[in-house]
Design a protein. Structure first.
Length: 404
């Protein structure tokens, strides 16, 4: 296969079947049709299990943050670095095997995952809960039957899958998300924000209709009064080489995100970090691990920033998850979709003042991505399922008053 076409073909798999366009499209369609994650009919996930009841009114939470690290597998989250990929041959690593192992390899799985995700395992899993360790009888999965990005973000934010969304280039989301819904309440209006590295969030959260505060991709909103820090950030946005025109570096999102939180005090916040998916598609396992490790730091930085503010201290809940899993083995870790078995499996972590510190969940009922939307709303005392009956019920085990 022509190397350029092969590359374009691989690019078209980025978070699913979404980046085709231009004169090459017809040829690429022919080349990729057989392997498309979208065209196969069999659904990836099963129907959402329904908890018996929505727990009562919210407890202490007044602010909620949903954080997504794109395409970050449950395997890395629960068992740390994969030893079969810590090399140049299978993992495509530029970093030496010795250096990579020094950073991320520990013989014990608990020590290994803590080395990769020190905040997730040192703080979130101690003070909160984490679902999705299939080795311990906890399953978290998508129900959209696609296992790529737009269907996943749609499922978690509207509360139900939409089978019509079969491409990342689907366009503006016809359905309102829980963020758009919350933004209609006086209490939250203008204080619901979407910060994400990927510009397709503009469509997923329907920027044109929703009226949400949004910063996505390489678009850096211009401020009336720029500080020297703002000006430096703008220069970096304008002059840095773009690995992906659709997706900005996680670090370039983090700076304006923290500034926004400090100045605007959002009540409901979505944060999307894209690098974990991008580097996997490039076959760079060393950078998958580095970006996962840095994402963990960014979550800690956001948590610490918010806990240092009276508006947020002790009243803020974080939900941390991924939009889809990926395949496994020596090759399929790079991709995801119906062709890569296991891509429907995800993980969901929750920490906040209303979530019992049950840690890593084991031998517990399956939870689904669709439940995240109503869970976001439930933490701030709103019954999203009542307003949108198609939406799955919240994850009962993480809510105030739950003994599960
Ligand atoms: Zn992807």
């Amino acid at each position: 296969m022509d190397e350029r076409l092969e590359h374009r073909g691989a690019r078209s798999m980025k978070r699913g079947y979404g980046t085709l366009g231009g004169a090459l499209a017809a040829g690429i369609l022919l080349l990729t049709a057989a392997a498309s994650p979208v065209r196969a009919a069999a659904p990836v996930g099963a129907a959402a299990p329904m908890p018996a009841a929505v727990p009562g009114p919210a407890g202490k939470t007044r602010n909620v943050v949903l954080i997504v690290s794109d395409g970050l597998r449950w395997q890395e989250v629960f068992t740390g670095a994969d030893p079969t990929l810590l090399n140049e041959k299978e993992g495509g690593s530029w970093l030496s095997e010795a250096d990579l192992k020094k950073r991320y390899w520990r013989p014990d799985a608990d020590a290994r995952r803590a080395a990769l995700f020190p905040f997730l395992w040192g703080t979130v899993a101690k003070q909160g809960q984490i679902y999705g360790n299939q080795l311990k009888g906890s399953v978290a999965r998508v129900t959209n039957g696609k296992a790529f990005s737009y269907p996943g973000y749609n499922e978690m934010s509207t509360g139900y899958p939409n089978d019509a969304i079969d491409s990342n280039e689907f366009g503006p989301n016809p359905n309102a998300t829980v963020f758009e819904w919350l933004n209609k309440f006086d209490e939250y209006r203008g204080r619901v924000a979407i910060f994400g590295t990927w510009n397709v969030y503009d469509n997923i959260f329907n920027k044109g209709r929703s009226g949400l505060v949004m910063q996505t991709g390489w678009n850096l909103p211009r401020k009336a009064q720029e500080t020297p820090r703002d000006a430096l950030l703008r220069e970096l946005f304008d002059t840095s080489t773009r690995f992906d025109e659709e997706d900005v570096w996680n670090s370039f999102l983090q700076v304006p995100l923290l500034d926004y939180v400090k100045s605007a005090h959002p009540r409901v916040l979505f944060v999307g970090y894209g690098e974990t998916d991008n580097w996997a598609h490039q076959g760079r396992y060393d950078l998958v691990l580095d970006s996962a490790h840095r994402m963990d730091h960014f979550v800690k930085q956001l948590w610490d920033t918010m806990q240092a503010m009276p508006e947020y201290r002790g009243t803020t809940t974080f939900i941390i998850t991924t939009d889809h899993g990926r395949g496994s083995g020596l090759t399929e870790w790079k991709e995801h979709g119906v062709e890569e078995r296991g891509s429907e499996n995800i993980w969901i972590a929750v920490m906040g003042p209303d979530t019992a510190a049950l840690g890593e969940r084991s031998r517990v009922g399956a939870v689904t991505q669709a439940q995240i939307a109503a869970t976001v709303a439930a933490f701030v005392g709103r019954d999203y399922h009542a307003a949108e009956p198609k939406a799955a019920l919240p994850i009962a085990g993480v809510l105030h008053g739950s003994a599960e």
